[in-house]
Design a protein around this ligand. Sequence first.
Ligand code: SF4
Ligand code: SF4
Length: 59
Amino acid sequence: MAYKIDKTKCVGCYTCMSACPMGAISVDSDGRCVIDPTKCVSCGACASVCPVTAIAPEQ
Ligand code: SF4
Ligand code: SF4
């Protein structure tokens, strides 16, 4: 399981990128953030700092 970013909610503040201990979050071509599921360890740090609750565990 990995965490996933809802791009319809993401406002591109990039706070999650610096919070991720695995460097799993990068900026996509649309300016929104995206999580690499092969690097994500599901620690939840990104979700806890996102101001618009755009990040949640993938269902
Ligand atoms: S912290 Fe939330 S709003 Fe900010 S870039 Fe990450 S997903 Fe988008
Ligand atoms: S859950 Fe943890 S490892 Fe996965 S993207 Fe968020 S901060 Fe990074």
